[in-house]
Design a protein around this ligand. Structure first.
Ligand code: ATR
Length: 288
């Protein structure tokens, strides 16, 4: 066996059910790269300790719930889009030679959720411009998608369990991009879904192990709606299952996972990743 030359990983809390390691290791294997990728369970209060300790020994890592926003403050550099979005899900790490001959470790934060969202919509023949989109959620995962959709000219609305959080995100997007987004509360939710073309679940509702939960009442769905979920474990969430039964077109969360990972590989290694290998690795391991 060749010695492992580059090391990557993913941090989250919890992280046990993440498919990222299967997906990235499948790419390294297929391309014959002596690299590795592993999961790190990092509690929120240990984030700084990880980033400056074990994490700094890696060549890069991804971040998932609940670290995407908190990571920003630990970066030496932040990519423009990640700064605008206010969330980092991909960190690139390298060693920089200083004038005195010493080396220092540098970390740069990126957000690859935004581009992944556009790629997934494109794969499904959907153009965001002018599309009436209702986004559920206002956390770290919702941010990238919300900013990207607003910038792409979607007619966007946001609903979140904690209304104030959605209100804050909407205000922030307005002040940074000038784009208007509608705030949806419980009373307006049903009507808004009735008037939407696309519904995207960016909350963690329905994720393993609470697979019987869904973020909206089933009877709010209608057949003209396209329903997309960013939860990928299980692939067919209760929301997607119910939407299918209502005759809706559905888009599962595997595409988002694959495309955010592919973009991370482009950033870390400058390679064009084998998308189908990544998709296959995720699906096979989810079945397992
Ligand atoms: P992430 O980085 O994955 O977005 P997060 O910042 O913790 O993680 O956000 C999780 C999102 O799922 C939030 O929008 C959260 O709603 P709140 O802002 O009200 O917490 C939403 N969420 C999580 N559990 C939920 C539940 N049981 N019902 C409704 N929304 C939920």
């Amino acid at each position: 066996m060749a010695e492992v030359q580059k090391r990557f990983g993913v941090i989250g809390y919890p992280i046990k059910h993440s498919m990222s390691a299967f997906m990235h290791n499948a790419v390294f294997k297929e391309l014959g790269l002596p690299y590795s990728y592993k999961k790190f369970e990092v509690a929120p209060e240990k984030l700084g300790e990880f980033v400056n300790g074990e994490g700094a020994k890696l060549d890069g890592f991804n971040a998932t719930i609940p670290h995407k926003v908190a990571l920003l403050k630990y970066m030496d550099e932040i990519d423009d889009l990640a700064r605008l979005i206010g969330a980092v899900n991909t960190v690139k790490i390298w060693h920089e030679k200083m004038e005195d001959g010493n080396e220092r470790i540098r970390k740069k934060g990126f957000n690859t959720d935004a581009i992944a969202c556009i790629r997934v919509l494109k794969e499904n023949g959907i153009d965001a411009k002018g599309l009436r989109v209702l986004l559920l959620g206002a956390g770290g995962a919702a941010r990238g998608i919300a900013f990207q959709l607003a910038l792409s000219g979607a007619d966007l609305s946001i609903y979140n369990r904690t209304k104030e959080r959605a209100e804050e995100l909407i205000k922030e997007i307005k002040s940074k991009t000038g784009k208007e987004i509608k705030l949806i509360d419980d009373e307006k939710l049903k009507e808004e879904i009735g008037n939407s073309d696309l519904l995207i679940n960016c909350t963690s509702v329905g994720m393993h192990p609470k697979v019987d939960e869904m973020p909206i009442p089933a009877d709010y769905l209608h057949e003209k709606l396209v329903v997309m979920d960013i939860v990928y474990n299980p692939v067919k969430t209760k929301l997607l299952k119910t939407a299918e039964e209502k005759g809706c077109k559905t888009i599962d969360g595997v595409g988002m996972l694959v495309h955010q990972g592919a973009e991370a590989l482009r950033i870390w290694l400058g390679i064009e990743p084998p998308i189908e290998t990544m998709r296959k690795a995720v699906i096979e391991n989810l079945r397992g």
